[in-house]
Design a protein around this ligand. Structure first.
Ligand code: SF4
Length: 199
């Protein structure tokens, strides 16, 4: 016998994606930002806390969106606040603004996972896609691992985030090899057919 239980309680998500900033320091070829004009700004810490406080069911948040989260200087305080509420926190970053000081301060927050955007481990292809030198993101990965080692921490776990598109489709094994050198896992994501850079 089966039974259907109806509830009047609203469905509330256990996982939210929150955009700390919709500003970005890069202009990647496949970015949806290229298709839109919008007012740029950073989320205020109070606004972030309000979202967290109103969603007591949250188990996980991903800090990313149409911008680079590390541009928002309140990012570390946001992560600390979410962690104080026992929420699993991950960020998606292009990594190009990470220096030693910033990595240290991110690691102090208790952050659980960093997705580092690396679409190619070939410097020429990477630059064609992201517009900046591959050495910047490579350095970011190295700094994260150095600081984790120095602090004897397993977290934040490092994941290489790779957007598969026509420009990098022949480089994907090299991305996997690069991830191995960074002791990271790999997350491949394909573009939608409506997005720039699709095959
Ligand atoms: S780093 Fe991300 S948000 Fe910034 S331009 Fe590139 S794809 Fe867009």
């Amino acid at each position: 016998m089966s039974c259907i239980v109806r509830s009047n309680k609203p469905f509330l998500p256990a996982h939210l994606q929150i955009e700390p900033s919709n500003k970005c320091n890069l202009k990647c070829v496949m970015c949806p930002r290229n298709e839109h004009i919008f007012k740029e700004g950073n989320m205020k810490l109070e606004q972030f806390k309000k979202i967290i406080n109103e969603n007591k069911q949250l188990k996980q948040i991903t800090l990313s969106g149409y911008g680079e989260p590390t541009i928002n200087l309140a990012l570390e305080d946001m992560i600390k606040y979410a962690k104080s509420k026992k929420i699993n926190v991950e960020i998606i970053t292009n990594g190009t603004l990470l220096n030693e000081e910033k990595v240290k301060s991110l690691l102090q927050t208790g952050l659980d996972r960093i997705y580092l955007s690396v679409d190619s481990a070939e410097p020429i292809t990477y630059k064609k896609i992201r517009g900046v030198n591959f050495s910047l993101v490579k350095k970011a990965g190295e700094l994260i691992n150095e600081q984790k080692k120095a602090l004897k921490r397993k977290k934040p776990f490092l994941v290489i985030n790779c957007v598969v598109m026509k420009d990098n489709v022949n480089d994907l094994f090299k991305v996997v090899d690069f991830a191995k050198t960074m002791d990271a896992s790999v997350n491949f994501k394909s573009l939608r057919s409506s997005e720039p850079g699709f095959f």
